[in-house]
Ligand binder design. Structure first.
Ligand code: B12
Length: 464
């Protein structure tokens, strides 16, 4: 199993998805060799030596990211991954299996471009094992849930692939943590990634989370989660965690139960999570702090009644106000993520969002993006088609962005202007500056969590 991710910004992210797939295969009786490319300078050298000395029956590539989803930079990870896959293809004919979130958002595109044999879409545990079993017994895996074969006519395909979701998380979720050198991640600002559940029932018009994880929640029991974290803390000396759920604080009862259980164990841990304003009140804030939370990122996207509705957000302006006040009163450092350019948005809407945010409890950081990455099988794709921004032939493997026509010719300028006047705001213009990159690296090395806690110093002293 090759974890292909080498992205170190905002920090190196631990390969929890690949580790989940590894452990499922091992529990099914397969021997798995895990190669993590995150800190490897010359992936092809490692692959060559492994293939020459090893005796593999199948090779999995875990693909976490396809691109950075940022309109201003449009960084693609495809070429680096392609080099790794081609290196393996030159040396062996064993079946190549692709999986991971970056793969699952565009599976046909990956399979045909890399000419790999199989792909696993969505949750990997069940489908990966089924695929390995059918390869071992010489049966065709065609038609099995979650599996895509390269003997289908892939060229024009775009439709949804029936996934094979893990419904009983307590039985199945068990990443092979022991295979990962977490020390390397932790000393560069990273975390150990843990999921408390899978699934996202929200219907934000651009988002692929429900496609990747399913629309229903599959919860882990708080006891299981606390056991996993406790073992990692005591046996692996890991004390920094990131809950990689789509949204940590929903369903509310479950999130509160997880916090309670962690608080009761009195573990010396620090953790962060992505949240949204749905049901985020002072009780939630206090429970999170008591459980070791050191920072929350809120995925707001927008904050005006018009744009909340247009983007399909499941919360209102008053939810946002209450939530930010609660996080602030509870003493949790928090950052906001904004995503501008949605359908019908104009310059006044951007200013209204900014004024509303200025009037709420002050965050530590505001990250503002312009342009929405369009994916297959999302409502925004249909809007973009209807508006003539894309056609049925547009290849969404390459990053294509939706930016409302009402914003005119240079919408990034407006964001940069707003950011210049507010120390805590930043935009991709800042993130691509060398100063910001050096600061990010330094902060990661020092181990400040959350990394964006004092971003105002950058805004105050270092922004041109
Ligand atoms: C949490 C999260 C983050 C956190 C990570 C925190 C942390 N410490 O881990 C933060 C906010 C830091 C983050 C950052 C980024 N993220 Co992010 N993130 C996620 C999120 C919500 C969950 C990822 C996760 O851990 N899932 C849990 C694991 C268990 O699931 P999994 O990886 O999918 O693995 C399963 C299957 O895919 C499969 N599988 C995995 N590997 C393999 C291999 C084989 C062979 C097989 C068969 C199966 C298999 O089995 C696994 C178990 O079922 C996803 C969206 C989502 N809902 O999936 C986006 C997502 C992965 N992120 C994305 C992106 C783009 C990024 C950034 C590049 C954004 C940016 N511009 O900075 C960075 C990259 C960071 C880095 N260094 O790589 C995109 C990737 C899509 C794309 N276009 O490429 C996603 C899909 C969100 C989106 N925008 O659509 N992210």
């Amino acid at each position: 199993m090759v974890s292909t991710n080498q992205e170190k910004s905002p920090f190196p992210v631990a390969p929890v998805g690949a580790l989940c797939a590894c452990s499922a295969a091992e529990r099914a009786g397969y021997d798995v060799d895990f190669i993590d490319m995150m800190f490897v300078r010359h992936p092809e050298r490692i692959l060559t030596s492994k293939i020459r000395t090893g005796n593999y029956n199948a090779i999995g590539f875990s693909i976490r990211n396809l691109d950075d989803c940022i309109f201003a930079t449009q960084k693609s990870y495809f070429d680096d991954i392609k080099k790794m896959v081609e290196c393996v293809q030159r040396l062996t004919k064993v079946p190549l299996i692709l999986g991971g979130s970056g793969f699952s958002i565009a599976p046909y595109g990956w399979l045909k471009r890399l000419n790999a044999n199989y792909g696993v879409v969505g949750d990997g545990e069940n489908a990966f094992v089924e695929l390995l079993n059918s390869l071992e017994t010489n049966h065709s895996p065609r038609g099995l849930a979650g599996i895509l074969c390269n003997d289908e006519h892939l060229c024009d395909k775009k439709g949804l692939i029936k996934p094979s979701p893990v419904t009983n998380m307590d039985h199945v979720y068990s990443p092979s943590h022991e295979k990962c050198l977490y020390k390397q991640y932790l000393c560069r600002g990273g975390f150990v990634s843990v999921q408390t559940k899978r699934g996202c029932p929200f219907k934000c018009i651009y988002c692929v989370y429900p496609l990747l994880e399913g629309g229903d929640y599959h919860l882990r029991s708080p006891e299981h989660i606390a056991d996993e974290i406790s073992t990692l803390t005591h046996e692996r000396n890991s004390t920094s965690f990131y809950f990689t759920d789509s949204v940590f604080n929903t369903p509310r009862k479950h999130a509160l139960a997880v916090c309670k259980k962690l608080a009761r164990r009195r573990l010396p841990i620090k953790w962060m999570a992505y949240c949204n304003p749905v049901g985020f009140d002072i009780e939630m804030g206090r429970a999170m702090i008591a459980a070791g939370c050191v920072g929350v990122e809120f995925g707001l996207d927008v904050a005006t009644p018009k744009m909340l509705k247009k983007m399909g957000k499941p919360f209102t302006q008053s939810d946002i106000r209450n939530c930010l006040k609660s996080a602030s009163d509870a003493g949790i450092p928090f950052a906001l993520h904004l995503l501008f350019g949605g359908p019908g948005e104009d310059i006044d809407d951007i200013h209204e969002t900014q004024r509303f945010i200025d009037s709420c409890a002050a965050p530590n950081a505001v990250f503002a993006l312009m342009g929405i990455r369009i994916y297959e099988n999302t409502p925004i794709k249909e809007i973009a088609l209807a508006e003539g921004i894309i056609t049925e032939h547009t290849d969404l493997f390459k990053p294509v962005f939706y930016i409302s026509k009402e914003l005119g010719g240079s919408p990034m300028k407006v964001l940069d202007e707003i950011a210049k006047e507010r120390h805590i705001w930043s935009t991709p213009t800042d993130w691509s500056r060398i100063t910001m990159r050096v600061i990010q690296k330094l902060i990661n090395r020092i181990g400040v969590h959350p990394q964006w806690r004092n971003i105002q110093n950058y805004g105050k002293y270092l922004r041109r």
